[in-house]
Design a protein around this ligand. Structure first.
Ligand code: ATP
Ligand code: NCN
Length: 202
């Protein structure tokens, strides 16, 4: 990272995993490693969000979530960033637009768990995200049916790639998306919070 911004060369393929990471957990680490392995990515950048625009409850302070995410995700090809706070963006479509300007020639791929595909049609300018970058959806326990019946999946049905195309997804012209059936990990931030495992230190 230079001056707080991650580095990638033009032509490199970078997966973007946006999230509240409130807190980061083994599920995030697992899908990041799977994405690196299967999608032909050079790097993955975590975008630790200032706050999900659809969530009412505010998350823990960004600095705390960043520090914890960095402790949890240790991999030479992964950068944990607070890019949205630095770029002043909050909605994903805008974040990606600004990043494509800032890193010309870098091939970004949007990564998300299957639960997010189910809600994707409610994101601001969500069609613009499909128009800008290939998307990889990673299996999550209990979310298969919801993802299969997601409005965004139906609308973009003809742009879905077969599993065999995973390794080259970064080179596909958008719209293009793929559903990755990976071994699953059941970790979730809400469960950790409900169990009191992320309470503020007193
Ligand atoms: N166990 C998991 N398996 C697959 N995808 C996951 C998993 N945990 C998180 N993700 C994905 O990682 C991204 C960031 O997730 P987020 O930070 O919201 O964690 P979360 O566990 O889903 O949180 P919460 O329970 O508060 O909704 C999202 O795209 C989400 O779908
Ligand atoms: O752009 C939007 O309207 C939008 C709505 C909901 C979620 N997102 C993004 O989706 C990512 C996952 O959010 P979360 O809170 O489920 O971890 C994170 O990068 C959010 O900024 C984006």
């Amino acid at each position: 990272m230079r001056a707080g911004l991650p580095y990638a060369r033009p032509g490199q393929v970078v997966g973007l995993l946006g999230g509240s990471f409130d807190p980061a957990h083994a599920g995030h680490v697992h899908i990041t490693r799977e994405a690196l392995k299967r999608l032909g990515l050079d790097r993955v950048w975590w975008l630790v969000s200032p706050g999900n625009p659809l969530k009412v409850r505010g998350p823990a302070p960004l600095a705390r979530r960043m520090a914890h995410a960095r402790a949890v995700m240790r991999h030479p090809r992964v950068d944990v960033t607070d890019l949205e706070a630095r770029l002043g963006t909050r909605h994903t479509a805008r974040t990606i637009a600004v990043m494509q300007e800032r890193w010309p020639g870098v091939r970004f791929v949007w990564l998300m768990g299957a639960d997010n595909l189910a809600q994707f049609h409610m994101w601001e300018d969500w069609r613009e995200i499909f128009a800008r970058v290939p998307i990889a959806v990673l299996a999550r326990p209990g979310q298969r049916l919801r993802a299969r019946t997601a409005p965004a999946a139906a609308i973009y049905r003809r742009f879905r790639l077969p599993a065999s195309a995973a390794g080259g997804i970064g080179y596909r012209k958008p719209p293009a998306w793929i559903y990755l059936n990976i071994p699953m990990n059941a970790a979730s931030s809400s469960e950790i919070r409900a169990g009191g495992g992320w309470d503020q230190p007193s």
